[in-house]
Design a protein around this ligand. Structure first.
Ligand code: FES
Ligand code: FES
Length: 173
C-alpha cells in the first residue's frame, strides 16, 4: 500500500513500491491526462507536477512521491482556483488559463503530447509570468531530462499558446 496525494486528494493505492507513477495515475486512479509515450523520460508525454516541478512520471517510482503534491492535467483548474482564492462555485466553472489558452489558440493537433506540454507551460508561468520566446523554447527543450516532443510539429502553436496563457494569467482569468 502506498499513499499519494493527487490533485489535492489523498489516495491509497495497492501497488509495488517501484511501480511507475504513470501506471498508478492511469490504471489505478483513472487519470488519463498523462500519456505513455516512450516510457524512458525522453518525450514528456507523461509529465506531471510534483511540488510545482515538472517530473516524468514514467520513470518515477510511486513510493518516491508519497507525501508530495502531485498535479496532473486534471488538477490544473483546482490548482488555479486555489492560487486565485476562487469560491467553490467559481472554481467549478474555471479552467486553468493554460488550458483556456490552448483551447482558444486551438493548439493541439492529434493531442497526444499536449498534456505534458500544458504541464510544462504551467511550471514555467508560475515562476516566470512573462517569458520571452527564448525562455519558452528553453523550458520545453533544455529544462528537463529531454526536450518535449510533438510528432505533429505543433511547436510554434505551443509558443503562441504560452504567450496567450501569460496574457490571460496577467488578467487574472
Ligand atoms: S512517456 Fe515519460 S517521458 Fe515519454
Ligand atoms: S499534437 Fe500530436 S504529438 Fe503533439
Amino acid at each position: 500500500m502506498v499513499t499519494i496525494t493527487v490533485n489535492g486528494v489523498r489516495r491509497e493505492v495497492q501497488a509495488p513500491r517501484d511501480t511507475p507513477l504513470l501506471y498508478v495515475l492511469r490504471n489505478d486512479l483513472q487519470l488519463s491526462g498523462p500519456q505513455f509515450g516512450c516510457g524512458l523520460a525522453q518525450c514528456g508525454a507523461c509529465s506531471v507536477l510534483i511540488e510545482g516541478k515538472e517530473v516524468r512520471s514514467c520513470v518515477t517510482p510511486v513510493s518516491t512521491v508519497a507525501n508530495q503534491e502531485i498535479t496532473t492535467l486534471e488538477g490544473l483548474p483546482a490548482r488555479w482556483a486555489k492560487q486565485k482564492g476562487l469560491s467553490a462555485e467559481e472554481a467549478q466553472n474555471t479552467l486553468h488559463p493554460v488550458q483556456q489558452a490552448w483551447i482558444e489558440e486551438q493548439t493541439p493537433l492529434c493531442g497526444f503530447c499536449q498534456s505534458g506540454m500544458m504541464i510544462v507551460a504551467t511550471e514555467l508561468l508560475e515562476s516566470n509570468p512573462n517569458p520571452t520566446t527564448v525562455q519558452i523554447k528553453e523550458a520545453f527543450t533544455t529544462s528537463g531530462p529531454s526536450p518535449h516532443l510533438c510528432r505533429c510539429g505543433s511547436y510554434n502553436a505551443i509558443i503562441d499558446a504560452v504567450k496567450h496563457a501569460a496574457s490571460l494569467m496577467g488578467k487574472g482569468r
